[in-house]
Design a protein around this ligand. Structure first.
Ligand code: AMP
Ligand code: ZN
Length: 301
């Protein structure tokens, strides 16, 4: 058994994660959730001075939005769509028969209008575009959502359903790059206060296929994505926060405009809430009552 599996086993034995039989789909204990609530409190405390607009979407977007976003071009392997039974009595009989024989009953399921959110910021761009040009100072949002990515793994830090808290900035290139720099610095201070070891490194996303190779190289060479990595379950550290500069990609995708009509630039900082909780449990132990005093003060005040 490798080290990754054994940390998952420890989390399950310790009652922090509840297995379901599917890799990457877990229940969370009250202790686990309390750490997430407290960490989110810290994120809120850091970001409140910027007066973000707080928005919460359910963990879904419209299928049309997913199509327009270009996600199926870059990450078809990760996307999740919601399908449902839309047939009549006859189809229902076939479904029940297949079920009773243990056969595949899903063939008749049809795609609904709903897809699962792959990143918490995704529903923001079409919303802003529909609301008209940005004010001169741009806009800033605080979002949080469960996100789905079809990447089943025995690594407890690679879940299929997990939460992402994000700040999303829309404005000029100067406004959004300054925002990103500021959050790299704030994040360094936050994670230092939590007494976790970390590094900030250039990163790239798992763009799909041959065309994706180019996008990967571009992203890395242009420094569009930085990640804060922390050792969690693997020998190599895990990306727990990401700092993304999308340039004017979403202006072209959605029509997000500046006050003067020019294309808006966007950036987001994403906190992987489960990964940060897992890092805290890894480094400070499974019982938060025993965590170092400074860490407890930072989270519980
Ligand atoms: P990304 O959009 O890939 O940069 O993801 C944003 C943040 O979400 C990452 O920095 C991680 O902390 C977290 N994250 C991404 N994928 C997963 C996953 N499969 N399981 C848990 N957390 C994840
Ligand atoms: Zn984002």
């Amino acid at each position: 058994m490798d080290a990754t599996v054994s940390y998952l086993d420890q989390l399950i034995a310790g009652g922090l994660l509840i297995p379901t039989g599917v890799d990457g789909l877990y229940g969370r204990s009250g202790v686990f959730e309390d750490v997430i609530v407290r960490f989110e409190g810290l994120v809120t405390a850091e970001g409140t001075q910027d007066a973000p607009e707080v928005i919460r979407f359910p963990p879904a977007m419209t299928r049309r939005q997913l199509e327009t976003s270009g996600y199926m071009k870059s990450f078809p392997q990760l996307a999740g769509t919601v399908h449902s039974f839309c047939g009549g009595d006859h189809d229902h009989m076939s479904l029940l028969q297949a079920l009773s024989k243990g056969e595949d009953w899903t063939a008749g399921q049809q795609a609904t209008e709903i897809a699962l959110t792959p990143a918490a910021c995704y529903p923001i761009y079409p919303m802003v575009a529909a609301q008209g040009p940005l004010p001169p100072d741009g806009r800033l949002f605080d979002v949080q959502s469960y996100c789905f990515r079809h990447e089943p793994s025995p690594d407890p830090a690679r879940m299929q359903l997990f939460r992402m808290r994000e700040y999303v900035r829309l404005g000029t290139a100067a406004q959004v790059t300054a925002f990103r720099e500021m959050w790299v610095e704030r994040a360094r201070q936050m994670i230092t206060a939590l007494e976790l070891p970390f590094d900030v490194v250039p990163a790239n996303d798992p763009f799909f296929g041959r065309a994706g190779k180019m996008m990967k190289v571009n992203q890395r060479e242009q420094g569009l994505k930085l990640e804060m990595v922390i050792p969690v379950a693997n020998p190599q550290p895990t990306a727990c926060l990401s700092f993304n500069y999308h340039q004017d990609h979403f202006a072209h995708t959605w029509g997000v405009r500046l006050a003067d009509g020019g294309p808006a630039h966007t950036a987001c900082v994403g906190f992987g809430l489960e990964r940060i909780a897992l890092a805290l449990f890894r480094h400070h132990g499974f019982d938060p009552a025993d965590w170092p005093a400074g860490v407890r003060r930072t989270l519980w005040g």
